[in-house]
Ligand binder design. Structure first.
Ligand code: APR
Length: 261
């Protein structure tokens, strides 16, 4: 499948063709490739990062921890649900970008993401292929212990406190909040993918949020090559441990990196 390449935006570095060729060479000899992504993958789709959204407009007067923690939900569930209704509308308005489409065109690549949006799935990735380490914003789950989870209707996003149809506890967005553990199944799948990877492409993540960021170290210790895709010259510790750094935006770099010969 051919994926259209978007025109270069002058505000960002021009991709070095020699470095791109080296990265393509590394992928060509890799039997097992993992794409590990963060907020930068969805930046060109207009999804504001958690921190950007929490520190702009209406929400500046709230501590982000109050908007996304079990304690915040217990103290003021209406406020937390209003915040998530806002986030859900932003995700519903966004559309997949060229980076999501480039990954969708390569079903051989395992996908591990920190993003709670569903843009990889909407770009055409098989949902069973995408590991969402931090959960999904387009779903609700039981805040009790029964494990019930259900999709929300993106056409009707309301900030309404609802009860679990199975056990009667409150429902809450199916995302990981501050202080919560990652979903065990997602974590186990991510660790297994990193262990068996020949190359991990680290896309648009600062490497600052743990334990997710530790997956890159895990893959490298297990022998994987690391390719970082980030327009920022200093994407935290990922860059120092990378074999190849492709400085550029995901929407420009991934189609060039992942397209056929
Ligand atoms: N293409 C690639 N990378 C980009 C782009 C782009 N177009 N735009 C920005 N970036 C890079 C930034 O340079 C930065 O390194 O994306 C990274 C985004 O970093 P963070 O905002 O810290 O996002 P992330 O690493 O995903 O960590 C935040 O914590 O709040 C939780 O679950 C939430 O997944 C989220 C995580």
């Amino acid at each position: 499948m051919s994926v259209p390449i978007e025109p270069h935006d002058q505000r960002f570095p021009v991709l070095d063709p020699a470095v791109l060729q080296r990265a393509r060479g590394m992928l060509a000899t890799s039997a097992s490739i993992v794409a590990f992504s963060g907020a930068g993958l969805s930046a060109e789709s207009g999804v504001p990062t958690f921190r950007d959204a929490a520190t702009s407009g209406l929400w500046t007067r709230y501590d982000p921890a109050r908007l996304a923690s079990p304690e915040g939900f217990a103290a003021d569930p209406d406020l937390v649900l209003a915040w998530y209704a806002d986030r859900r509308r932003a995700v519903a308005r966004a559309t997949p970008n060229a980076a999501h489409r480039a990954l969708a065109a390569r079903p051989d690549i395992a996908l591990v993401t920190q993003n709670v949006d569903d843009l990889l799935e909407r770009a055409g990735c098989d949902p069973t292929r995408v590991v969402h380490l931090h959960g999904r914003i387009d779903r609700d789950r039981c805040h009790g212990s029964c494990g019930h989870e259900e999709p929300i209707d993106p056409a009707v996003i309301v900030a309404e406190l609802r009860r679990c149809p199975r056990c009667g506890a409150l429902l809450r967005p199916a995302v990981v909040w501050f202080g919560e553990a990652l979903p065990p199944e997602a974590w186990e799948r991510a660790v297994a993918a990193m262990h068996s990877a020949d190359t991990v492409i680290v896309i648009g993540t600062s490497g600052a949020v743990w334990p997710a960021a530790g997956l890159v170290d895990l893959a490298r210790s297990a022998g994987a090559g690391i390719v970082v895709v980030n327009p920022d010259a200093d994407p935290d510790d990922n860059k120092d441990h990378a074999d190849i750094v492709l400085r550029g935006r995901a929407g420009e770099v991934l189609p060039a990196l992942l397209s056929g010969p």
